[in-house]
Design a protein around this ligand. Structure first.
Ligand SMILES: Cc1cc2nc3c(=O)[nH]c(=O)nc-3n(C[C@H](O)[C@H](O)[C@H](O)COP(=O)(O)OP(=O)(O)OC[C@H]3O[C@@H](n4cnc5c(N)ncnc54)[C@H](O)[C@@H]3O)c2cc1C
Length: 596
């Protein structure tokens, strides 16, 4: 069975030594009393819960999957899932960063984000049950009526109910403008929804007493396309005015998908047969309202990638120190043994270091992004809120796509470290690979994230958001450019910053003539930007590590070595990516459709 140790030391490094989160948070009115000890204690307890309660269920969930009783439409989660969830609720974990007015503990999102990384390392499929509730909570907190907030937010906050997002239909996934589910207004102000949704994560299960579905549907007079979509709250059980549960609402699970990974999470087909719902936000403005949930979910999917990268790395590193095969090319290293541990072989090290650099770089990026969210939500300065909102909007597609692409690479490398033993089920490595693949697909495929980044977030506002991030890079380069020992990090970072500026301008110019140029370059472009962001954080981490190298703590030595690996072996990938991004759309369009 795979093991998992919460990476508390690295989390503390990122929070306190790299980002100085306590000072930043103290400047925000809701967190004026926050301190290092509180943050560390909560994160440590969350790590214990994840590694001792949730992680042991990961392989069980994979083997058993979920089961649907076709007669009752009820779904049973794998053995142990329900009991672990009850402990999660009992421990108050769902309420960590929710608003105290709904029963939340009001802790910063940074703390919650650490917990979700650890839960995802432990068991992605289980974590998706509470994971989607957070997005539903945020969507209702932003767009719900007072009555909806009163009836639903306390139970979502406590975790007694879970949430879902119901967008996808058989004929419409990426293009939600095509959706057909109908909502008929009723005399009492409610709506009756009819239609069929597919692929709904945690869409039906036995872990809680009620499920709060957020459903996209069309009103009878709605315009065609995405401007005619409205958002509805459709609970599994209707909720009476006093908060108690009423009748079963006709939103039933018709089937569960059989899939490549995350077997422990119920991916449900949901049939709405006149299910009663209430409108969330304004008519025909459902998509912008749903984006609150989708953005939260996109960052959440990035955390899934990060969690899997970390746990795969931990297991592969332990295995590589233990497994002996062949001698080192430069002569025996473990002379007392018949062969050397495979960690002596350069390519094994390359695979391990790739996963390690992606995990630690991803953690720094994810934590920084969450800190910007805390500032966006809680700063008393409107300029700070606006700046943070821009940065979060820019970085969200990068967190989602870059971290999940990296997780696919990393889990595959870590499985490879095990040789044939990685490919068989016993060690759990192939499950990490299978589980990680979905993260590149749902919540908008990584191609769609790339189009969002390049088309909407960068070219759509003439590079204003990109410039905001560019300023941070520029400042760091100016501050550290004078330091001899920082040259190896600052120079490639500055060089890549210039290249991204030029590449952006070039694609923008080409796109004036042919918009397909954006589609041709977007995926490469996102990866280049992902590396720019990682190089910035790896540069900053190297600076902290260099300053503390003499402390004797081997943590800083390891951090510096990993930074050097990142700059030498991973960042240079950008040269090839920039070339392919620049090669334009022509080679993609030359082959006629009939010849495919
Ligand atoms: C396990 C699982 C869980 C899921 N959970 C949920 C959930 O909880 N709620 C929910 O509503 N949905 C959920 N989904 C659905 C998921 O979000 C969609 O599958 C995804 O958005 C892609 O839609 P699609 O499958 O219809 O693919 P399509 O939209 O048909 O896309 C097919 C391919 O075409 C590409 N493509 C499409 N348009 C463009 C374009 N303009 N430019 C370039 N390429 C393009 C896509 O990137 C993709 O590679 C889940 C799916 C799975 C498999």
């Amino acid at each position: 069975m795979p093991h998992y140790t919460p990476p508390l030391r690295d989390m503390q490094f990122v929070m306190h030594e790299l980002l100085g989160v306590v000072d930043e948070l103290k400047a925000l009115p809701p967190y004026a009393d926050i301190d290092v000890d509180t943050i560390n204690a909560v994160v440590e307890e969350a790590g214990k819960f994840a590694s001792t309660v949730v992680a042991p269920l990961n392989q069980i969930g994979d083997r058993e999957g979920c089961t649907l009783d076709k007669a009752t439409h009820e779904v049973k989660a794998p053995t142990g899932f329900k009991e672990a969830y009850a402990k999660y609720v009992e421990g108050g974990w769902p309420a960590l960063s929710s608003d105290p007015q709904y029963g939340g503990q009001g802790l910063p999102h940074v703390v919650n984000q650490c917990m979700f990384e650890m839960l995802n390392s432990s068991n992605q499929a289980w974590t998706m049950y509470p994971g989607l509730s957070h997005g539903a909570y945020e969507c209702l907190a932003t767009h719900g009526t007072d009555e909806q907030k009163k009836r639903f937010l306390p139970k979502l906050t406590s975790g007694h109910w879970t949430g879902t997002m119901c967008l996808t239909e058989a004929h419409c996934g990426t293009d939600l403008g095509l959706l057909r589910t109908k909502a008929e207004p009723q005399a009492d102000g409610t709506y009756k929804l009819t239609g069929s949704k597919i692929f709904i994560s945690a869409g039906e299960h036995d872990m809680v007493e009620n499920i709060v579905h957020l459903v996209l549907a069309r009103l009878p007079d709605a315009p065609q396309g995405s401007k005619g979509i409205s958002l509805f709250l459709v609970p599994k059980f209707l909720v009476k005015a006093d908060g108690s549960l009423g009748e079963r609402n006709p939103i039933f699970c018709g089937a569960l998908e059989h899939k490549m990974g995350i077997h422990g999470n119920a991916t449900a087909q949901l049939n709405l047969d006149g299910a009663i719902g209430t409108l969330v936000g304004e008519p025909n403005k459902g998509l912008p309202a749903m984006f609150v949930m989708m953005n939260a979910a996109r960052l959440g999917v990035g955390m899934q990638g990060l969690g899997l990268t970390e746990v795969a790395y931990q297991n592969a590193a332990a295995y590589a120190k233990d497994r002996i095969q062949m001698r080192s090319l430069s002569g025996p290293k473990a002379k007392d043994k018949p062969a050397d541990p495979i960690i002596v072989h350069p390519d094994v090290r390359k695979m391990l270091l790739t996963a390690r650099a992606y995990a630690e770089g991803g953690r720094a990026l994810a934590m920084w992004t969450t800190l910007q969210i805390d500032k966006e939500l809680a700063s008393s300065d409107a300029d700070v809120r606006a700046e943070c909102a821009d940065l979060v909007a820019l970085i969200t597609p990068i967190v989602k796509a870059f971290l999940t692409d990296n997780a696919w690479i990393s889990t595959s490398h870590c499985m490879q470290v095990f040789g044939g033993h990685g490919y068989i089920g016993e060690w759990g490595m192939e499950q990490f690979v299978r589980d990680s693949r979905i993260n590149m697909i749902y919540e908008g495929t990584n191609t769609i994230q790339s189009l969002d980044l390049l088309g909407r977030k960068v070219l759509g506002d003439n590079g204003a958001k990109l410039k905001r991030f560019g300023k941070l890079v520029q400042q760091f380069v100016e501050d550290e450019g004078v330091s001899e020992e920082m040259q190896e990090f600052v120079n490639p970072l500055a060089d890549l910053g210039d290249k991204v500026t030029k590449l952006t301008t070039e694609i923008g110019m080409k796109a004036f003539k042919n918009p397909d140029e954006v589609g041709a370059a977007a995926v490469d472009y996102l990866r280049v930007c992902g590396h720019l962001v990682f190089a910035y954080f790896w540069g900053r981490m190297a600076k902290v590590a260099l300053a503390k190298l003499d402390s004797g703590d081997p943590f800083y030595k390891a951090k510096l070595a990993t930074a050097r690996f990142y700059f030498a072996k991973l960042l240079p990938e950008t040269a090839g990516l920039i070339r392919t991004a620049r090669s334009g759309v022509a080679p993609l369009l030359e082959l006629e459709e009939a010849l495919f």
